[in-house]
Design a binder for this molecule. Structure first.
Ligand SMILES: NC(=O)c1ccc[n+]([C@@H]2O[C@H](COP(=O)([O-])OP(=O)(O)OC[C@H]3O[C@@H](n4cnc5c(N)ncnc54)[C@H](OP(=O)(O)O)[C@@H]3O)[C@@H](O)[C@H]2O)c1
Length: 406
């Protein structure tokens, strides 16, 4: 009896009927995963005036038509008087394609249902305002949380000027990433390694430090799951890198070697080695990027400027700790193998985080926990800084920058 007398609050009553269509639009949006950067993932459906599905679309790649435009083209004249259900606020600016608001108004759409307002300052509510000014009904915040989760990398990049960072490592049950003698391949099983290839395919760049290049000679590709492959990035201070490495083969995937200023002090120890590596990389056609400081944060700013929304840190403990300390990691992916490696001197996933008291340590939020063959995958998201610590770089990750990951 109680259930039948319940009536949802007015805002919820407006939203609920559109949830199934928005879920459909969200699953369309996800089809573009790994290919739309620097753009967001967007999906759209068009219903005619009688509520029948007449068009669907998703943003497949930067530079290609936006989701709304594809869905409206499929609907044609049947869109007149109908509803557009779209996961992100339609754009209202001239970019690589004309404003979507013009296409929506021109198609005679009567109602627009939106999941998430576009944080891009060129839009930021302007698209919705334009639609309302043209007399269209706009219903906002339908499945907003799911849409935010789907586009968290894009939102993070727009708000902070850095791509969202995922730090991934594989370790034994006793927290070791190598035997005391340094042997580390492979701790995790084939299912976990296959999952990592899929994870790389969802990222725009995969980053390691010089230590991992020297120790593991990694390939760092998605094994063809993403075309083109994500950018492989090596951050090195010394540029003491091997002459032959799988990463130097540019036919397989592009590689970027980022380093600090060189040549300023030719007498400095190791400078000759650095110069020789630069010459080698230039000869092999491996791109180099000279950063003012060889640190994770400026590297991420450079990668954001190149259109990266999401990067994967696949480095060893030294660079991983630096990335955490500089607020460059918003998500963790730990693969835990049911094995014991032991050894007091054996490597662990992280170097020093600079913590001085347990009160500074925060718990990461669980995003997902599941089996990968006999291994366990535990994915976690950045902890919210406690109110009284706001502005502090707690555990090095609660960056004081505005708008850390949603
Ligand atoms: N189990 C796993 O999931 C996993 C994943 C990756 C690596 N590993 C293991 O990690 C070990 C390598 O550890 P590692 O710590 O040497 O590797 P790393 O963190 O990948 O590399 C460290 C290097 O990063 C470079 N770097 C550049 N800027 C830096 C900065 N601001 N702060 C810190 N580092 C910076 C330096 O390279 P230069 O020395 O060239 O200047 C530094 O030596 C290997 O044994 C590898 O097998 C394990």
């Amino acid at each position: 009896m109680l259930a039948s007398s319940f009536s949802p609050p007015p805002q919820a009553a407006k939203i609920i009927p559109w949830l199934p269509w928005m879920r459909r639009a969200l699953s369309l949006a996800a089809l573009g995963e790994g290919r739309t950067s620097p753009n967001p993932l967007v999906g759209a459906v068009v219903l005619d005036a009688a509520g029948q599905l007449v068009g669907e679309g998703f943003h497949a790649r930067a530079g290609e038509p936006h989701a709304e435009v594809g869905a409206l083209a499929q609907a044609g004249a049947r869109a007149r008087g109908g509803t557009l259900v779209v996961t992100l606020e339609p754009c209202c600016h001239h970019g690589r394609t004309p404003p979507c608001t013009e296409a929506v108004i021109g198609a005679g759409i009567a109602r627009v249902v939106v999941a998430l307002a576009d944080p891009d300052p060129r839009v930021a509510g302007g698209g919705i305002a334009q639609l309302r000014a043209a007399g269209l009904e706009v219903i906002e915040a339908v499945a907003e949380e799911q849409a935010l989760r789907l586009n968290r990398a894009f939102v993070h990049r727009v708000r902070t000027g850095r791509p969202l960072g995922i730090l991934k490592w594989a370790m034994s049950l006793d927290g070791r990433t190598a035997l005391p003698n340094g042997q580390s391949q492979w701790i995790s099983g084939p299912a976990a390694r296959g999952w990592v290839h899929g994870l790389r395919a969802r990222c725009d760049a995969v980053i390691v430090g010089g230590g991992t290049v020297r120790a593991d000679a990694p390939l760092l590709t998605s094994r063809g799951r993403r075309v083109p492959e994500p950018l492989r990035v090596v951050l090195s201070r010394s540029l003491d890198l091997p002459e032959t490495a799988q990463l130097w083969d540019q036919a397989v995937a592009p590689t970027l070697v980022a380093h600090g200023p060189i040549g300023a002090s030719a007498q400095r120890k190791g400078e000759a080695r650095a110069m020789a590596t630069c010459a080698l990389l230039d000869r092999l056609g491996v791109e180099r990027l000279e950063l003012a400081q060889c640190e994770p944060a400026p590297l991420l700013e450079a990668l954001a400027a190149r259109g990266c929304n999401r990067v994967l840190w696949e480095c060893g403990p030294e660079l991983a700790a630096a990335a955490l300390r500089q607020g460059c990691v918003q998500e963790l992916a730990a693969v835990i193998a049911p094995k014991l490696l032991g050894g007091l001197a054996a490597r662990t996933p992280l170097g020093n985080l600079g913590l001085e008291g347990l009160a500074q340590v925060q718990s990461w939020r669980e995003l997902e926990r599941r089996d990968l063959g006999s291994d366990l995958l535990w994915e976690l998201g950045i902890p919210e800084p406690p109110a009284d610590h706001a502005g502090l770089t707690t555990m090095g990750v609660g960056s004081a920058r505005p708008g850390s990951a949603p």
